[in-house]
Design a protein around this ligand. Structure first.
Ligand code: SF4
Length: 342
């Protein structure tokens, strides 16, 4: 039996009110990025439903800084870089983690929380760095450089992590390399990060030839052209950029390093040599600063959107699992990182 017309009208009015309120919340957070109220009204039904489902299913949503603004500002419980999210994942009390990032990040969350259900909204959210190396490649490297400790960037599969002595992120890579015993380190899979680290450490670094398709696309000529147009601008680049780009930068580090640098700086204008999502995030956080944007989009990160997050929660898909003994062995290298990173 359908509800009486008066009740139906009251329900419709209250739904419209909720949608309007939600759109206003989104607009408040995203207007600095150029989002109109009409665009926020389009997102509102999905962000409302996702937030409702999170509560009903005791789920927490972790979003990497490179995710879309409507995810970061609409539905994320935590946002940040892979290291920060790893820590959030290990501390959350929620039963389910929905990881809005790429596959190796969801695996990392699972390794740190084997008793929790970890979902990733898009199974094909990969990473050019993580896919550049296999566990067999690491075994070969270890044979080539016997007794040399292996540090792997967090952008690796669980199988690769299981073959390493310690994991690291861009925020703590140097600290982890320096903490390894001996004068040599195998660092993988990012060649540019390894070469950038080589500039800062006396240890001999043996590296792999993986690259990030987003960060390798920036060139020194491009940076010099921007520098000529905006001489007062601070240039912040990611450690995954080429050493030539890093050499022209005021800071080279991870996404959290960039945030902290801008927060502490009196400068008014910054150029972020990284993924576009990070520029969006910082533009929203620091509306009084100006950001010059040569940003590049990560096609893997952008596989995630509100529609597949909603589907992930409704259908409880796609579950990420890491089998034993890979999980326990990979956890040793992650624990080592967390220990050193303290
Ligand atoms: S930005 Fe680069 S390192 Fe990060 S997920 Fe995309 S391809 Fe991988």
């Amino acid at each position: 039996m359908s509800p009486p017309p008066k009740l139906l009208m009251q329900n419709t009015v209250s739904v419209e009110k909720r949608l309007l309120k939600e759109a206003e919340r989104l607009h408040e957070n995203m207007r600095h990025l150029g989002y109109s109220m009409n665009e926020c009204l389009l997102f509102a039904p999905q962000t409302l439903r996702i937030n409702e489902l999170k509560g009903q299913k005791n789920a927490v949503l972790l979003a990497h800084s490179y995710q879309r603004p409507e995810i970061l500002f609409g539905v994320a419980d935590f946002m940040g870089d892979s290291f920060g999210l790893s820590v959030n994942a290990s501390e959350t009390k929620a039963k389910t983690i929905v990881f809005c990032g790429v596959h190796f990040m969801a695996e990392t969350a699972k390794i740190l929380n084997p008793q929790k259900t970890v979902l990733i909204p898009a199974l094909d959210a990969g990473c050019s760095l993580a896919e550049s190396i296999t566990a067999e490649n690491v075994i070969e490297l270890k044979k080539k450089h016997p007794n040399v400790p292996v540090v792997c960037y967090v952008n690796t599969s669980a199988q690769v992590k299981a073959q390493c002595d310690a994991c690291c992120t861009s925020a703590n890579a140097l600290k982890v390399v320096e903490a390894m015993p001996g004068n040599e380190v195998i660092f993988l899979p990012d060649e540019y990060m390894a070469r950038n680290l080589q500039e800062k450490t006396k240890k001999k670094i043996h590296y792999w030839n993986g690259t990030c398709i987003v960060h390798e696309s920036f060139t020194a000529d491009q940076i010099l052209a921007y520098k000529a147009s905006f001489p007062d601008m601070k240039i912040l680049s990611h450690l995954e950029c080429t050493p030539e780009v890093v050499a022209l930068s005021d800071l080279a580090g991870g996404t959290t390093d960039m945030y902290n640098y801008i927060k502490a700086s009196d400068a008014k204008r910054f150029m972020l040599v990284t993924e576009c999502g990070m520029s969006d995030l910082l533009r929203a956080r620091f509306p009084q600063k100006e950001f010059i944007n040569p940003c590049s989009v990560c096609p893997y990160m952008k596989k995630i959107h509100l529609e597949n997050i909603l589907e992930a929660l409704e259908k409880e898909q796609f579950e990420v699992n890491v089998p034993e003994p890979i999980l326990s062995r990979a956890k040793v290298s992650l624990d080592r990182m967390l220990e050193i990173g303290k």
